[in-house]
Design a protein around this ligand. Structure first.
Ligand SMILES: Cc1cc2nc3c(=O)[nH]c(=O)nc-3n(C[C@H](O)[C@H](O)[C@H](O)COP(=O)(O)OP(=O)(O)OC[C@H]3O[C@@H](n4cnc5c(N)ncnc54)[C@H](O)[C@@H]3O)c2cc1C
Length: 515
């Protein structure tokens, strides 16, 4: 029987399953990428990180390299630290073959799309850095629609509350929820709210209210209402209703546009200091220096530095940094992470260009965005492909789904099937489906994380600063990665100069609550 068009959809599977622990290339490379429905696999190496996880102790040769500052991790935090420290003597280590971490852009036949971090807020630290390096991120300029029960509802939380395709009593419950949530003084009650689950609040309304937030939470902060901090949940409700979404700004690669541009700006001058395929395995602090050992081209090398910025996620950091105080290491290990594949579906004709970030309660994905939304109206712009990015956060127990190529394909197929069911006009075959899988990218904003765990995990040591967006919050945000990198570079300058105040500066940065 001749295969149907649908069987010819090419799946491309890429990404790291466990942040440090990506896919074993040999595990997956067996499939024939040329066969109908076969997978083209972009794998990465995870052996080093699994060894770290399993407590393997690597040799630590004597230092043969010196730098004033070593930066570990080349995501937006590490790259922005390198940018803020330009002119200083630094060395950046990134374990993957490329930089960007969870803010990574890709392209399909020259058309850019994002595989992770989606948008910034105009004027936040990410946006400020973007304009400094010459990127103007246009406003999204569109409130979020909901597509449910075969109905498109523009501006869900304003005019949409009258239009949601639910019985009147349910719509009234949405409005009551909105009104009640707006009365809560979140800043004043931060500690109390952060100590309890958001479901304590959503549970009092129609189940459809909780269902909506059970999509929004996992997509934005890795957790459904029952596992989310009420502080994070209610802050987001208020922000959405107060029109915070009007400040969103982005380019087609999501916030991967910033890491991409940072690499473009830094590499011509600092190529030698930016090592990829360089996985740090140990950072040992003594009185005058920190010795960072890393694996590069099969060799263990040690660099000695006066100050180190560790910009890796805490579950990895806790395994690299030696002699962490017991409580601090325990707090780092308490971080929880949502496995988070993003499925990009590529059409060769316009299928959906009506709204930027579209919420779809009851689907296998939480929401999907239109990759080129903010440039569609640029003079002369021609949309060659309609690329839609589907956010498909999973529960922690589902992480193993990402290790199995067949499971990944089946997830992608379910994404496509659910999309095609949303509205009749969506029943169109794509030309390609790409899955980008990440096992531990987004720390979950669970109760107690922001006001307790994060602070206990992130105190600086005398010569080691703990960057990464997961030192900030209240949810995983690129702007927090940049804000803390800025603080980390000021901290490093004080440490290098032997001036007092470095620790206080770092503690103030951790305690600051972002706008
Ligand atoms: C699907 C998704 C959607 C998101 N949407 C948004 C959004 O819309 N807006 C927003 O602001 N944020 C969003 N985020 C969050 C945002 O992506 C992150 O907060 C941000 O990218 C984190 O950057 P980082 O540099 O702190 O950490 P990471 O991106 O985790 O970077 C850490 C880097 O360290 C490297 N590394 C790890 N171990 C080692 C080692 N041993 N040695 C050397 N290097 C190592 C990793 O490979 C990685 O490159 C989203 C995240 C995801 C996953």
């Amino acid at each position: 029987m001749a295969p149907s068009r649908r069987e010819f959809i090419k799946f491309v599977v890429a990404g790291s399953v466990a942040a440090t622990c990506p896919i074993d290339e040999t595990l997956l490379a067996a499939s024939d990428s040329k066969a109908p429905g076969g997978a083209l696999v972009h794998g990465e190496h995870f052996e080093t990180c699994h060894l770290l996880r399993d407590g393997h102790s690597f040799d630590r040769p004597d230092a043969t390299q010196k730098a004033d500052i070593v930066i570990v991790g080349g995501g937006v935090a590490g790259l922005s630290a390198a940018y803020f420290l330009r002119g200083k003597d630094w060395l950046l280590l990134e374990k993957e073959p490329g930089f960007g971490g969870n803010a990574l852009q890709e392209e399909f036949e020259g058309q850019i799309y994002g595989t992770g971090s989606a948008y910034a807020y105009h004027g936040d630290e990410g946006d400020q850095l973007a304009s400094e390096i010459g990127l103007k991120m246009p406003f999204v300029n569109m409130p979020d629609p909901t597509i449910v029960n075969k109905t498109y509802v523009p501006d869900t939380w304003k005019t949409g509350l009258e239009q949601l395709p639910y019985p009147k009593a349910v719509r009234e419950s949405f409005k009551k929820f909105r009104d009640e949530m707006m009365k809560i003084k979140v800043r004043e009650k931060m500690a109390d709210l952060d100590a309890q689950p958001f479901s304590n609040f959503t549970g009092a309304y129609a189940p459809e209210v909780q269902q909506w937030w059970d999509g929004f939470g996992p997509s934005n902060w890795g957790a459904a209402t029952e596992e989310s901090s009420a502080y994070v949940g209610i802050t987001n409700v208020q922000d959405l209703i107060n029109g915070g979404d009007a400040k969103r700004a982005i380019l087609p690669g999501g916030l991967g546009c910033i890491t991409h541009k940072l690499v473009e700006v830094l590499q011509p001058k600092y190529k030698e200091r930016m090592l990829d395929n360089a996985a740090a395995v140990a950072a040992v602090q003594d009185k005058d220096a920190v010795h960072v050992t890393y694996l590069h081209e099969g060799k263990l090398i040690t660099a000695s530095a006066k100050a180190v910025l560790i910009c890796t996620p805490k579950h990895i950091t806790s395994r690299i940094v030696m002699s962490l105080p017991y409580e601090q290491k325990a707090a780092m290990r308490r971080y929880r992470y949502a496995p988070y594949p993003v499925v990009n579906v590529i059409f060769d004709k316009p299928v959906y260009n009506r709204g930027y970030d579209n919420w779809c309660p009851g689907s296998v994905f939480t929401d999907f965005i239109v990759a080129d939304w903010t440039i569609q109206k640029n003079p002369g712009y021609l949309q060659k492909h309609n690329i839609l990015s589907f956010y498909t956060p999973l529960r922690e127990l589902q992480r193993s789904t990402l290790l199995d190529e067949e499971d990944c394909k089946s997830l992608a197929a379910r994404v496509l099937a659910d999309f095609q069911k949303l509205l009749p006009e969506f029943n169109v075959d794509p030309v390609e489906v790409r899955i980008y899988r990440r096992g531990h990218p987004m720390f979950m904003a669970v109760p107690g994380h922001y006001t307790k765990t994060r602070l206990a995990a992130s105190h600086p040591m005398d010569r080691i600063f703990f960057g990464n967006s997961d030192s900030g919050g209240p949810e995983s945000l690129t702007s927090e990665a940049v804000r803390l990198s800025k603080a980390g570079t000021e901290w490093a300058e004080l440490v290098l100069a032997g001036k007092p105040g470095a620790k206080d500066l770092a503690e103030r940065a951790l305690a600051a609550v972002p706008r």
